[in-house]
Design a protein around this ligand. Sequence first.
Ligand SMILES: [Zn+2]
Length: 522
Amino acid sequence: MKLLLTLSAVLLASLLQAQVPDVQHYDFQLQLSDQHDSIRGVATIRFQYTDTFSSVRFNLAGLQRGKGMRVNEVRAKDKRIAFSHQQNDLFIDMRGLDRQQPEQEVVIQYAGIPADGLIISRNKYGSRTFFADNWPNRAHHWLPCNDRPDDKASVRFSVTAPAHYQVIANGLQVEETNAGKGLKQTVWQEPTPIPTKVMVIGVAEMAVGLLDSAAGVPVSAWVYPQDREKGFKDFALTKGMLDYFHQYIGPYPFKKLANVQSRTRFGGMENASAIFYEENTPTGKGTHEDRMAHEVAHQWFGDMVSEKSFAHLWISEGFATYCTNLYWEYKYGKAAFEDRLRAERQQVVDFVAHNKTSVVNTTSDLQSLLNANSYEKGGWFLHMLRRKLGDAVFRQVLQAFYKNYAGANADTRDFQKLAEEISRQNLQPFFDQWLYHPGVPRLNITWAHSRGKVQLQLQQTGETIYHFPLELAFVDAKGKQTLHRIQVNKVKERYELPSREKPTVILLDPNVNLLFEGTIRE
Ligand SMILES: [Zn+2]
């Protein structure tokens, strides 16, 4: 524990009764060096504050085994104020300030070697790089902030670094100045409120190319010089994605789209208007087109509309997964779209075989949420919602969800409420069974043919009894398919469907409309 001013135990206890701020704006001035991995920062934070508590609490990783941040000074209105930095929390004493003001501003001076969050390392070509990698709540390893997805703020990064680096961050570049002594100051500004998980800088020697424009904004690539050709070629694909989502969902929210080759631990990270891709993404062959589409879709869902808490992560990942499929259907057609759905269904089936959690999941192990529930099952849920509502109403729901929650946060029930209002359907049972229960329907179906009819015997063998429409195709000797649709509501049910001839085979869910596992046999 470190205190700048002497505090009595009683005062300290009252300090720790802190309010979590509602941040409006972050201004980060950062200094980076080639000589060492220590960074120096000045964070100016503007936030809403109500009078009830004597202090506010920000997140900032403290010193541990030589790494972490040390706070040197906190000021407000040019006055030094008391603070207490304990582990990952920075408590700032607000008692000396005019707390009648609804908005407050503090200036925090700090320095240290980031233990995480800002990854200072060497890329695959051995060059020194600095890449932020904040998801889910690792921003506080290098930035004092309210490190949670539901406190969105605008951000300005002013980075002073050795002049041989290019510097990328969220928003628009508003300044680049030679700062002397071989240093350069680069300033980026993002006026749209975004969560800390997608507030980043990337500093490396990069080839920077303006590739195209889409949705009225420039599309650029920031890649290692060695991968210039491959990167410029592959990242040009994001133009088509931006155009597609812009017309399908709603206006693109940011002022640019930069595609950045980086050292992220993820395949791609949807940092707002500056997507960071894992460094092997550019191949020159468009190998990772779906990864790019996923991250571009996140600009709408994840960055602009964000989950209220990570329990509703599927609002980021399920939406990005399904939007990728929508783009695939648009670009490559129905068969390619169905191939993706089948593969994703198999991923869900494999996952739920050993995992008994639901899509909406309040676990505190946030890394464990990067699973087939959040991604593929969330995506499949949207696919089934689309089939339930029809293409036009589904699109209306998606557009309204984006419009209503742009710049804000939503949870699963917010989405449900909106979908119910627009579709005028009660969707409670539908949302509950797919998002609040583990698993998928497990079906065991047998059939027989007699007297011009097919008799089906259906059994649900899973723990949850689902309600859903199931399509079956009867295939005759000439290969002609006749489609039938039954409504399944019970553990065990019998159905009789007309069929003069005995089918040679019966196909389950031929149009890939249901998330399930199971078989049908004669
Ligand atoms: Zn994602």
